[in-house]
Design a protein around this ligand. Structure first.
Ligand code: ADP
Ligand code: MG
Length: 243
């Protein structure tokens, strides 16, 4: 359902993705861990073409695209397969919580206001924020804003959700509520790729953990394989450093 083959990306002379291969089955949660600068964000951003990959084949849901040559139509279809949750939420500041969620339904999917509103309220319920429907982002805590960000990603009913360090910008006391929401969504068989430093969360929720360093996948496996039976010295060192 997601298959990435030999994905490569350079920024000038810097190799950031050095031939990445990933397979994710439907409903699976994949956690990507690794040191800062290892290419995790670039990988996620290449999957929805926020960055342009240099080489490789990306298959997600109904879309397949060869980085070397693809049409606008193929790019459009690929972008529709995923929705991104960003570290800094990236909510529209001049829209309410509900409007943030329904925006893409109304603008992109041309849905009627009432229908979009109904879906929006259901999603607000999923993230536990129906009471905040009419609040503007500035009146919400970071944790609440990120839960809106997650609801917004779910709104377009994508094949997979890509989350790039969704709790890294949060005050420590707000991390748990967001992880809880992500976990509840994972339990609904939503396919997810999540870059995270929350190892306990990765262990609990992920089906597959991928350790990246210097643009390569150094090690991957089940949480048990990666955390309890670590093979690669580089992975071991990383896991020791982060405690
Ligand atoms: P991670 O998310 O694992 O911290 P990134 O994917 O953000 O890593 O970055 C990988 C490397 O690519 C880093 O060395 C970073 O400085 C570089 N990089 C990321 N984005 C750009 C960009 N737009 N232009 C130039 N270099 C970039
Ligand atoms: Mg990053």
């Amino acid at each position: 359902m997601i298959k990435v083959t030999n994905l490569r990306k350079k920024f000038k002379d810097l190799v950031v993705l050095d031939g990445i291969d990933i397979e994710v089955k439907r409903g699976e949660v994949v956690a990507i861990i690794g040191p800062s600068g290892s290419g995790k964000s670039t990988l996620l951003r290449c999957l929805n073409l926020l960055e342009t990959p240099d080489e490789g084949v990306i298959q997600i849901g109904e879309a397949a695209l060869d980085a070397k040559s693809y049409s606008r139509k193929e790019a459009h279809l690929l972008r529709q397969q995923t929705a991104m949750v960003f570290q800094n939420y990236n909510l529209f500041k001049n829209k309410t919580a509900l409007q943030n969620i329904t925006e893409s339904l109304i603008v992109t999917k041309k849905m009627k206001l009432a229908e979009a509103g109904k879906i929006g309220m259901e999603l607000l319920e999923q993230v536990g924020l129906t009471a905040k429907a009419d609040n503007y982002p500035i009146t919400l805590s970071g944790g609440q804003q990120q839960r809106i960000g997650i609801a917004r990603a779910l709104a377009v009913n994508p094949h997979a959700i890509l989350l790039d360090e969704p709790t890294s910008a949060l005050d420590p006391e707000l991390v748990a509520e967001v992880l809880q929401v992500i976990k509840s969504i994972a339990e609904r068989q939503t396919t997810m790729i999540i870059v995270t430093h929350e190892m306990a969360f990765a262990r609990e929720v992920a089906d597959q953990v991928i350790f990246m360093a210097d643009g390569n996948i150094v090690e991957q496996g089940t949480p048990e394989q990666l955390f309890d039976h670590t093979q690669n010295p580089r992975t071991k060192r990383f896991l020791q450093q982060i405690g």
